[in-house]
Write a protein that binds this ligand. Structure first.
Ligand code: ZN
Length: 227
Protein backbone atom coordinates (compact mmCIF):
# COMPACT_ATOMS: atom_id res chain seq x y z
CA UNK A 1 0.00 0.00 0.00
CA UNK A 2 1.57 3.26 -1.06
CA UNK A 3 -0.57 5.57 1.06
CA UNK A 4 0.35 6.73 4.53
CA UNK A 5 -1.10 9.14 7.09
CA UNK A 6 1.07 12.24 7.36
CA UNK A 7 2.05 12.37 11.04
CA UNK A 8 3.31 15.94 10.95
CA UNK A 9 -0.01 17.35 9.99
CA UNK A 10 -2.64 18.12 12.64
CA UNK A 11 -5.49 17.26 10.37
CA UNK A 12 -5.35 13.71 9.13
CA UNK A 13 -4.25 14.02 5.57
CA UNK A 14 -3.43 11.17 3.33
CA UNK A 15 -0.61 11.70 0.86
CA UNK A 16 1.03 9.27 -1.54
CA UNK A 17 4.54 8.06 -0.49
CA UNK A 18 6.60 9.57 -3.37
CA UNK A 19 5.22 13.01 -2.51
CA UNK A 20 6.03 12.49 1.21
CA UNK A 21 9.66 11.65 0.40
CA UNK A 22 10.13 14.95 -1.36
CA UNK A 23 8.82 16.80 1.67
CA UNK A 24 11.35 15.29 4.14
CA UNK A 25 14.58 17.24 4.71
CA UNK A 26 17.56 15.44 3.29
CA UNK A 27 20.94 15.86 4.96
CA UNK A 28 23.93 16.33 2.66
CA UNK A 29 25.77 13.08 2.05
CA UNK A 30 29.01 14.40 3.65
CA UNK A 31 27.17 14.97 6.94
CA UNK A 32 25.60 11.52 6.91
CA UNK A 33 28.98 9.94 6.11
CA UNK A 34 30.82 11.68 8.97
CA UNK A 35 27.97 11.01 11.43
CA UNK A 36 28.10 7.31 10.56
CA UNK A 37 31.90 7.33 11.02
CA UNK A 38 31.57 8.86 14.50
CA UNK A 39 28.89 6.31 15.41
CA UNK A 40 31.40 3.54 14.91
CA UNK A 41 33.58 4.90 17.71
CA UNK A 42 33.22 3.35 21.19
CA UNK A 43 30.80 5.13 23.51
CA UNK A 44 29.36 7.37 20.78
CA UNK A 45 25.66 7.02 20.05
CA UNK A 46 23.71 8.51 17.10
CA UNK A 47 22.89 11.76 18.92
CA UNK A 48 26.47 12.48 20.01
CA UNK A 49 27.67 11.55 16.52
CA UNK A 50 25.32 14.10 15.02
CA UNK A 51 26.32 16.74 17.57
CA UNK A 52 30.02 16.24 16.81
CA UNK A 53 29.41 16.45 13.07
CA UNK A 54 27.48 19.70 13.38
CA UNK A 55 30.11 21.08 15.75
CA UNK A 56 32.80 20.41 13.15
CA UNK A 57 30.62 21.97 10.47
CA UNK A 58 30.84 25.27 12.38
CA UNK A 59 34.64 25.19 12.79
CA UNK A 60 37.00 26.96 10.32
CA UNK A 61 38.33 25.02 7.33
CA UNK A 62 41.97 25.13 8.57
CA UNK A 63 40.94 23.44 11.84
CA UNK A 64 39.24 20.68 9.86
CA UNK A 65 42.31 20.24 7.67
CA UNK A 66 44.55 19.86 10.74
CA UNK A 67 42.06 17.44 12.28
CA UNK A 68 41.92 15.30 9.14
CA UNK A 69 45.73 15.34 8.87
CA UNK A 70 46.07 14.18 12.49
CA UNK A 71 43.79 11.22 11.75
CA UNK A 72 45.73 10.34 8.60
CA UNK A 73 49.03 10.42 10.47
CA UNK A 74 47.75 8.37 13.40
CA UNK A 75 48.73 5.03 11.93
CA UNK A 76 51.36 6.25 9.49
CA UNK A 77 53.54 7.79 12.20
CA UNK A 78 53.11 5.29 15.03
CA UNK A 79 54.68 1.90 15.43
CA UNK A 80 53.89 -1.10 17.61
CA UNK A 81 57.02 -2.18 19.47
CA UNK A 82 57.93 -5.72 18.43
CA UNK A 83 59.34 -6.45 21.90
CA UNK A 84 56.76 -5.08 24.35
CA UNK A 85 53.83 -4.28 21.98
CA UNK A 86 53.52 -0.74 23.27
CA UNK A 87 53.02 2.18 20.87
CA UNK A 88 55.76 4.65 19.95
CA UNK A 89 57.33 6.40 16.96
CA UNK A 90 60.09 3.80 16.74
CA UNK A 91 60.44 0.03 16.94
CA UNK A 92 61.82 -0.95 19.45
CA UNK A 93 60.10 1.70 21.53
CA UNK A 94 62.05 4.30 23.53
CA UNK A 95 61.63 2.30 26.76
CA UNK A 96 62.85 -1.02 25.31
CA UNK A 97 65.77 0.78 23.64
CA UNK A 98 66.81 2.63 26.80
CA UNK A 99 69.84 0.87 28.38
CA UNK A 100 69.37 2.78 31.64
CA UNK A 101 66.04 1.01 32.33
CA UNK A 102 66.12 -2.00 34.67
CA UNK A 103 66.35 -4.86 32.18
CA UNK A 104 65.54 -7.45 34.87
CA UNK A 105 61.94 -6.31 35.45
CA UNK A 106 58.90 -6.65 33.22
CA UNK A 107 55.58 -5.07 34.11
CA UNK A 108 52.61 -6.72 32.34
CA UNK A 109 49.78 -4.31 31.51
CA UNK A 110 46.60 -4.46 29.47
CA UNK A 111 46.95 -1.43 27.17
CA UNK A 112 49.58 1.10 26.01
CA UNK A 113 47.74 3.77 28.02
CA UNK A 114 48.58 1.80 31.19
CA UNK A 115 52.28 2.20 30.32
CA UNK A 116 51.71 5.93 30.13
CA UNK A 117 49.92 5.99 33.50
CA UNK A 118 52.71 4.02 35.23
CA UNK A 119 55.40 6.15 33.57
CA UNK A 120 53.63 9.27 34.85
CA UNK A 121 53.69 7.90 38.41
CA UNK A 122 57.50 7.75 38.19
CA UNK A 123 57.50 4.67 40.45
CA UNK A 124 58.87 2.19 37.93
CA UNK A 125 62.08 2.02 35.86
CA UNK A 126 61.85 -1.45 34.31
CA UNK A 127 60.46 -2.79 31.02
CA UNK A 128 56.87 -3.49 29.98
CA UNK A 129 54.79 -6.09 28.20
CA UNK A 130 51.48 -4.90 26.74
CA UNK A 131 48.90 -7.66 26.38
CA UNK A 132 46.51 -5.75 24.14
CA UNK A 133 43.52 -6.54 26.39
CA UNK A 134 42.42 -9.23 28.84
CA UNK A 135 41.00 -12.72 28.59
CA UNK A 136 37.26 -12.28 28.23
CA UNK A 137 35.29 -15.35 27.12
CA UNK A 138 32.09 -13.28 26.75
CA UNK A 139 33.76 -11.22 24.03
CA UNK A 140 35.49 -14.29 22.55
CA UNK A 141 38.91 -13.05 23.63
CA UNK A 142 41.16 -15.91 24.59
CA UNK A 143 44.92 -15.92 25.33
CA UNK A 144 45.61 -16.52 21.62
CA UNK A 145 44.15 -13.11 20.75
CA UNK A 146 46.50 -11.38 23.20
CA UNK A 147 50.29 -11.02 23.48
CA UNK A 148 50.49 -13.59 26.26
CA UNK A 149 52.49 -16.44 24.78
CA UNK A 150 55.28 -14.21 23.47
CA UNK A 151 55.99 -13.23 27.05
CA UNK A 152 57.64 -16.62 27.62
CA UNK A 153 60.64 -16.13 25.27
CA UNK A 154 61.36 -12.85 27.08
CA UNK A 155 61.35 -14.65 30.43
CA UNK A 156 63.38 -17.59 29.21
CA UNK A 157 66.31 -15.31 28.43
CA UNK A 158 67.10 -15.74 32.14
CA UNK A 159 67.71 -12.01 32.64
CA UNK A 160 64.31 -11.30 34.19
CA UNK A 161 64.23 -11.22 37.97
CA UNK A 162 60.68 -9.98 38.50
CA UNK A 163 57.45 -10.12 36.53
CA UNK A 164 54.88 -7.62 37.81
CA UNK A 165 51.31 -8.49 36.89
CA UNK A 166 49.66 -5.09 36.57
CA UNK A 167 46.42 -6.00 34.84
CA UNK A 168 43.40 -4.10 36.19
CA UNK A 169 41.84 -5.39 39.46
CA UNK A 170 38.71 -6.49 37.58
CA UNK A 171 37.41 -10.05 37.18
CA UNK A 172 38.96 -10.32 33.72
CA UNK A 173 42.21 -8.70 34.87
CA UNK A 174 42.51 -11.17 37.77
CA UNK A 175 41.72 -14.13 35.50
CA UNK A 176 44.39 -12.98 33.04
CA UNK A 177 46.97 -12.58 35.84
CA UNK A 178 46.12 -16.10 37.05
CA UNK A 179 46.46 -17.49 33.54
CA UNK A 180 49.91 -15.90 33.10
CA UNK A 181 51.02 -17.23 36.51
CA UNK A 182 49.99 -20.77 35.57
CA UNK A 183 51.61 -20.44 32.17
CA UNK A 184 54.90 -19.25 33.64
CA UNK A 185 54.90 -21.91 36.37
CA UNK A 186 54.23 -24.68 33.82
CA UNK A 187 56.87 -23.40 31.43
CA UNK A 188 59.79 -24.76 33.40
CA UNK A 189 61.20 -21.35 34.34
CA UNK A 190 62.85 -21.73 37.74
CA UNK A 191 60.71 -20.22 40.48
CA UNK A 192 63.79 -19.15 42.48
CA UNK A 193 65.14 -17.01 39.66
CA UNK A 194 61.86 -15.25 38.83
CA UNK A 195 59.49 -13.49 41.23
CA UNK A 196 55.91 -13.08 40.16
CA UNK A 197 54.25 -10.13 41.86
CA UNK A 198 50.82 -8.51 41.61
CA UNK A 199 50.04 -4.85 42.17
CA UNK A 200 47.16 -4.20 44.50
CA UNK A 201 47.22 -1.96 47.54
CA UNK A 202 45.25 1.23 47.04
CA UNK A 203 43.59 0.15 43.84
CA UNK A 204 39.93 -0.65 44.48
CA UNK A 205 38.46 -3.79 42.90
CA UNK A 206 37.13 -3.00 39.45
CA UNK A 207 39.44 0.01 39.04
CA UNK A 208 41.14 0.98 35.82
CA UNK A 209 44.88 1.71 35.93
CA UNK A 210 44.53 4.43 33.31
CA UNK A 211 42.29 6.51 35.56
CA UNK A 212 44.12 5.96 38.84
CA UNK A 213 45.94 9.00 40.19
CA UNK A 214 49.76 9.00 40.26
CA UNK A 215 50.02 8.51 44.03
CA UNK A 216 47.60 5.55 44.14
CA UNK A 217 49.45 3.94 41.25
CA UNK A 218 52.79 4.54 42.94
CA UNK A 219 51.51 2.98 46.18
CA UNK A 220 50.00 0.03 44.26
CA UNK A 221 53.36 -0.63 42.59
CA UNK A 222 55.35 -0.26 45.78
CA UNK A 223 52.91 -2.51 47.63
CA UNK A 224 53.02 -5.35 45.11
CA UNK A 225 52.93 -8.83 46.62
CA UNK A 226 54.31 -12.21 45.65
CA UNK A 227 51.69 -13.87 43.44
ZN1 ZN B 1 58.96 -1.71 23.60
Amino acid sequence: MLWEICRFSRSVKIIPLPERKEKLMRLPRAIIKLTEAFERLPGIGPKTAQRLTFYLLRTPQNFLEGFAQAILELKEKTKVCSLCHSIDETDPCAICADPTRDQAMICVVEEPLDVLAIEKSGAYRGLYHVLGGVINPLDNIGPEQLHIFDLLPRLKSGKIRELILATNPTMEGEATAMFITRLVKNSGIKAQSLHLTRIGRGLPTGADLQYADDLTLKKALEGRKEY
